[in-house]
Design a protein around this ligand. Structure first.
Ligand code: ATP
Ligand code: MG
Length: 420
């Protein structure tokens, strides 16, 4: 029998929409990796009654409950009190916990304000969980059939404490079997059409589980396979992946959970090559994505945002006559942009993007969503156009960035793909 888990994200800011609960997704993935099934994720406010009820109910249904948030020293941090109430015990001052708070402040060369003592009042019988990443200690406590783990809300602290305290306990007490995951990403097919191809694999009772999520035109097919152990789970996952691969070969862009920009930066490093980008309609989004990856400085030369026609001439040397005759969104201009870019930046790889993001500015000949790309790779240039669905400015821009990243990845892992 599979052990059951529930996750509780605690905080008014989450309920009112001022922050988004990202902790739960991380916790769910990590728990399922150990073979525990996450049945329910609850987002609940700091209101004492709601919080106590949510904790009590989750602990009545699951074998392990992981809660995040509400462990700070202020009046609105109520997880300790609510857990005590849900477990039918008093709050007690925990000297170990207080020493942990003092030690954290001492490391920063400070003494804590008196209000921090609140953090050392834990439910009677609870065990303190050391927080090496911040002030708020966590705790764990048995309530009903469940072991409750209360962790801080700050994502960085939560991640560290989950790994240090929760996952080892779960692996030892509840771990039965294991999960393996795999992701296949597609471009150029709609969700419904993709769903039709995989319908039988996506049935509710199908094992391994197969699901589709859409993000700016890229579909992710996710496989979650359960097995008796890691090797068994991986084998089941691989078998389903092979089946899916055969059905979607024509639209498969790449596989794996690693973000595209991270693959591109890594492959550039492996190739000992550098990259420059020239962006018009994407306005620097591509450069921002690439420079968001640690280590980009070793491979990313520069990004230029040549928005106005005059800038395409000044920065990239695109002839004004070409712009006048062909328009900025055209094959010759995209080509001239990347040629000028590579010459000036001295990079081995370059990409230029010019298109019409909308909602205005389209014409019959050049509708909104039309984007020209030019990819330069070690002296060879390939150009192509795409007509993206006019689903708004953000969609066209994000979709164009995706297209560029997929093309760059392809050029790096399969140099033969750039001919011309
Ligand atoms: P602290 O002592 O640091 O305040 P805490 O346990 O009281 O810890 P919260 O005050 O609830 O934590 O949240 C601290 C920060 O973490 C806030 O910026 C909040 O937006 C963020 N945060 C809280 N819960 C989540 C969550 N489920 N997902 C993502 N971020 C979260
Ligand atoms: Mg707080």
């Amino acid at each position: 029998v599979t052990s059951l888990a529930e996750i509780l994200a605690i905080g008014d800011e989450l309920v009112h929409g001022f922050a988004v609960d990202t902790n739960s997704a991380h916790i769910a993935r990590e728990l399922e990796r150990l073979g525990v099934e996450v049945r329910r994720v609850t987002v609940v406010s700091d209101a004492p009654g709601a919080l106590r009820a949510a904790l009590g109910e989750a602990c009545g249904r699951a074998d392990v409950v992981v809660a995040t948030g509400g462990l700070g020293p202020t009046e609105d941090d109520r997880t300790r009190a609510a857990a005590a109430a849900a477990g039918g015990v008093e709050l007690r001052f925990d000297e170990d916990c207080w020493q942990g708070v003092l030690a954290w402040f001492a490391r920063l060369g400070r003494t804590p304000p008196e209000s921090n003592r609140r953090q050392a009042w834990l439910p009677a019988g609870a065990r303190v969980l050391e927080n090496r990443w911040g002030t708020a200690p966590g705790f764990c406590q048995r309530i009903g059939r469940a072991e409750l783990f209360a962790l801080p809300g700050v994502p960085r602290e939560m991640v560290g404490m989950l790994e240090l305290h929760v996952l080892p306990w779960v692996a030892e007490r509840l771990g039965g079997g294991a999960f393996a995951f795999h992701e296949l990403r597609t471009l150029g097919i709609h969700e419904a059409a993709l769903g039709e191809r995989l319908a039988d694999l996506m049935a509710a009772d199908h094992e391994p589980r197969v699901g589709i999520t859409a993000h700016f035109g890229m579909m992710t097919v996710r496989i979650a396979a359960r097995g008796s152990g890691t090797a068994d789970a991986q084998a089941r996952c691989a078998a389903t992946a092979a089946e899916i691969r055969a059905r979607i070969a024509d639209v498969l862009a790449y596989e794996g959970a690693e973000p595209l920009e991270s693959i591109v930066v890594r492959e550039l490093g492996r190739a000992g090559a550098t990259l420059a980008v020239a962006e018009s309609c994407t306005g620097g989004l591509l450069a921002a994505r690439l420079t968001g990856i640690a280590g980009a400085s070793a491979v990313f030369r520069e990004g230029v945002v040549t928005y106005h026609d005059a800038a395409k001439t000044q920065r990239l040397g695109v002839p004004p006559a070409l712009l006048a005759a062909q328009g900025a969104v055209s094959e010759p201009v995209a080509r001239a942009m990347v040629e000028g870019l590579l010459e000036r930046a001295g990079a081995e790889f370059g990409i230029a993007i010019t298109g019409i993001a909308g909602p205005d500015g389209g014409s019959d000949a050049k509708p909104v969503g039309l984007v020209w790309f030019a990819l330069g790779a070690r002296g060879r240039v390939r150009t192509w156009q795409r007509l993206f669905s006019a689903l708004g400015r953000e969609f066209v821009r994000e979709r164009a960035v995706l297209e560029a990243l997929v093309a760059l990845r392809q050029a790096l892992v399969d140099p033969g793909s750039v001919s011309g």
